[in-house]
Design a protein around this ligand. Structure first.
Ligand code: DHB
Length: 391
């Protein structure tokens, strides 16, 4: 039997596309190299926690809102801390009523897997894709089963949603990567501890940036700017809490609690182009990565999945391939907006190793704190006017 669409990768991008196509009665097969347990619980994967308003709206409208509405939180702003002062950026008044929604990406993935399997969908966990053939006309996906057997399936289209380390983009001839390595990394922790404040605090401090986020009223998610060469072993729990509080001095304090995870994320960015070849299409981190500041990664994945769904829908309903042929251009529009905002937030907030850049940064953050138009720029981008806002 032949699937309408084979999706490689069961992350937010692949699972959302899967759900949208399945709802329209199309046959979809998802192949995922990892185990279900790994996707839902692996403690060593830093995952996002902030949804743009458009992301939340999309998920609720297509029937994926149950978990997030029950266990997520609306935030109407963020705090910027600088020079001992705490400044609130109020989203509704600066961004035409838009807000954000706090809900962990891993929880969303768990919800989507459960929902899809309930509806009789097919996710092949522990199935590793080892080759793609005939992409120009009638694609075949070769894979290895958990038992080590090799097999293949046919699909009208193949989607690479296999993340930043995925192999699907290598099947696009002539693909180019536009890349940036940032001189920053985050040491991230998840702890059974109260969050530092009722909303997120982005703290610019001479010792380095710190971010105080959360997953619930009793789960704090905090990050410290460190060097990309940092050794995690040199950061015992007490040192992490001490450093977090040093960077919050004068504005707030955090209460230590048991760590559930601890990890290091170097900041990098890339944009792959084109995002398609023949009947293969890329979405999400398989095609582009942003540094984490500003929380755009999962939102761009959602924007890509929605765009590709609309293109598939046009094709399967009417045979019109125009939207499919423009997949790259359509996505690059919101992708570059997301890259730009992530770049801007990253440089605004992180202490720069180069003294001249650091001088410029100090000037810039003072302008942002003094300027309503710049705060409006921050609020509209953060809430998603330029990314999922098109929905
Ligand atoms: C989180 C991550 C981010 O990159 C960000 O900008 C805000 C919050 C988080 O993991 O909670």
């Amino acid at each position: 039997s032949k699937a309408d669409v084979a999706i490689v990768g069961a992350g937010p991008a692949g699972l959302l596309l899967d759900h949208l196509l399945h709802r329209e009665g199309l046959s979809v097969v998802v192949l995922e190299a990892k185990t279900r347990r790994y996707l839902e619980t692996s403690p060593h994967r830093i995952r996002a926690g902030v949804m743009e308003w458009g992301t939340r709206e999309i998920l609720v409208q297509v029937g994926l809102g149950e978990g997030l509405l029950q266990n997520g939180y609306e935030h109407q702003g963020i705090y910027l801390a600088h020079a001992g002062e705490l400044r609130r950026i109020d989203f509704p008044s600066l961004a035409e009523g838009w807000r954000i929604w706090v809900y962990g990406q891993q929880y969303l993935v768990r919800d989507m897997i459960a929902r899809f399997l309930e509806e009789g969908g097919e996710i092949l966990f522990e199935h590793e894709v080892i080759g793609l053939e005939n992409l120009a006309s009638a694609p075949r996906v070769r894979y290895r089963t958990p038992e080590g057997r090799e097999a293949e399936l046919e699909a009208t289209f193949v989607v690479g949603a296999d993340g930043s380390h995925g192999r699907m983009r290598a099947f696009i001839p002539g693909l180019s990567l536009k890349e940036r390595v940032y001189p920053f990394a985050w040491l991230g922790i998840l702890a059974e501890a109260p969050p530092a404040a009722d909303e997120l605090i982005y703290a610019s401090h001479p010792r380095g940036f710190a971010l105080f986020s959360m997953r619930s009223k009793t789960l704090a998610r905090n990050y410290l700017q460190v060097s990309p060469e940092e050794n995690l072993e040199e950061w015992p729990e007490e040192r992490i809490w001490e450093e977090l509080n040093l960077r919050l001095e004068g504005v707030a304090q955090v209460q230590p609690g048991p760590l559930l995870e601890k990890s290091l994320t170097p900041h990098r960015a890339f944009v792959a182009e084109p995002m398609q070849y023949g009947r293969l299409f890329l979405i999400g981190d398989a095609a582009h990565v942003v540094p984490p500041t500003g929380a755009k990664g999962m939102n761009l994945a959602v924007a890509d999945a929605v765009a590709l769904f609309q293109a598939f829908w046009a094709f399967f309903k009417t045979g019109d391939e125009a939207k499919l042929s423009r997949h790259t251009e359509t996505c690059l529009e919101h992708v570059w907006q997301g890259e730009y905002f992530s770049y801007w937030m990253t440089h605004l907030l992180h202490t720069h190793p180069d003294p001249f850049r650091e001088g410029l940064r100090q000037a810039e953050i003072k302008q942002v704190l003094a300027s309503e138009p710049l705060q409006r720029f921050l609020a509209t981008n953060y809430t998603g006017h330029h990314t999922t806002g098109r929905w």
